[in-house]
Design a protein around this ligand. Structure first.
Ligand SMILES: [Zn+2]
Length: 367
């Protein structure tokens, strides 16, 4: 089964057992710098790009190491042209978020301070790029990375710092306030990008805008999830198609082709031994149609009790990166909790909540 992967990013390896991924827009930037500009020495450009890459990585590693100090692991690091994102596996306390976020830009400022004695500040003031040395450009890049990441817009470090400060000041719904602030900043960036005819800035404004929306939706979902248990959002066993471990791939395919269900539990007696994705059935059907489902390597799926709060299910889904949880009652399989469906469920409940609150307000308005 394929765990959910962020589209548009490629895995390049790992450092300190943290997978490092690179967003395609970063690669576009590399290609543009190396071939798109009329620089006299493409090799020097490539070297510069690799050094920038290293600075961005140092920035992200500093987040990961600070998170570790607060007892939080990092799932992966994704590098974008304007910085990166270290996906830490739990929501830190406001104080933790403040420290974890601010250390990234500080790392770039420390690098810039180290380069300062070797930087020709005079050359930086005249705008002729060809007179810049490699050190000059690295200095400017690190100052730029620090300032850019300090923009008070989610999901940038500055946005997180702003949210942490709002929390520490006891402002209600700090994520909502921080997300509004982000949208305002993206709007200003968008207008500036159009006025200055900077398409790259416009793209960045869009990426940040959707990042802020995502951050906001996730925070809202967590608030709504507190009021429900797993039972409210699960798909009951009676409504699920299941396969026994002795079912052949070709037989499973015939059933999968006439069903809309994306994931199928594989049963051994009353026990779920794994979950198979529809796409994986299709893939195996081409190469090993007579194989039994039970003999395929199935990813183990975490279980959750039916009475557990939905917010706990949310945490497990996000921390394990699995698209589904097996729901049990007294250890017995009674249904599935599917991540995508859970988001839909919470969105619906959130809207319903909002509507009933609006109605209450209407009824309670004194005439
Ligand atoms: Zn950062």
């Amino acid at each position: 089964m394929n765990p959910k992967r962020s589209a548009w990013s490629l895995e390049m390896g790992s450092i300190a057992s943290i997978p490092v991924r690179v967003h395609v827009t970063f690669l576009f930037l590399l290609v543009w710098l190396a071939f798109g500009t009329d620089a006299p020495s493409p090799m020097r450009e490539a070297g510069f790009v690799i050094l920038v890459f290293t600075c961005v990585l140092a920035h992200e590693l500093s987040h990961a190491l600070m998170a570790k100090r607060f007892g939080i692991q990092t799932k992966e690091i994704t590098l974008y042209p304007f910085g990166g994102i270290a996906s830490i596996m739990a929501q830190p306390s406001p104080k933790g978020e403040l420290f974890i976020s601010i250390v990234g830009p500080i790392t770039n400022l420390i690098i810039a301070a180290g380069l300062y004695p070797f930087t020709d500040i005079g050359a930086l003031t005249n705008k002729d790029l060809s007179t810049f040395t490699l050190v000059d450009r690295l200095f400017i890049t690190n100052v730029g990375l620090a300032l850019f990441n300090l923009l008070p817009a989610l999901p940038m470090d500055g946005g997180r710092v702003a949210r942490a400060i709002l929390s520490l000041l006891n402002v209600k719904q700090p994520t909502r306030v921080a997300a509004r602030l982000s949208q305002g900043i993206c709007l200003i960036m968008g207008v500036a990008a159009l006025a200055l005819e900077q398409p790259m800035l416009l793209i960045i404004a869009f990426i940040i805008f959707f990042g802020a929306v995502q951050e906001y939706v996730r925070a809202e979902a967590r608030i709504v999830a507190v009021a429900f248990t797993v039972r409210d959002a699960m798909i009951p066993r009676a409504r699920l198609e299941t396969f026994t471990h002795g079912t052949t791939v070709s037989k499973a395919l015939r059933i999968a082709l006439t069903s809309l269900q994306p994931l199928y539990p594989i049963m051994h007696g009353e026990r779920v031994i794994g979950i198979i994705h529809r796409d994986d059935i299709l893939e195996h059907a081409a190469t090993q149609p007579d194989e039994y489902l039970g003999s395929l390597t199935l990813q183990e799926v975490p279980t959750i009790d039916v009475e557990a709060p939905l917010s706990a299910a949310f945490t497990t889904l996000e921390e394990t990166g699995t698209p589904v949880l097996i729901v049990t009652h007294n250890g017995e399989f009674i249904g599935l909790l599917v991540h995508d469906r859970l988001s839909d469920f919470l969105l619906l409940q959130g809207l319903r909540d909002k509507r009933s609150k609006d109605n209450d307000a209407e009824w309670s308005t004194p005439l």
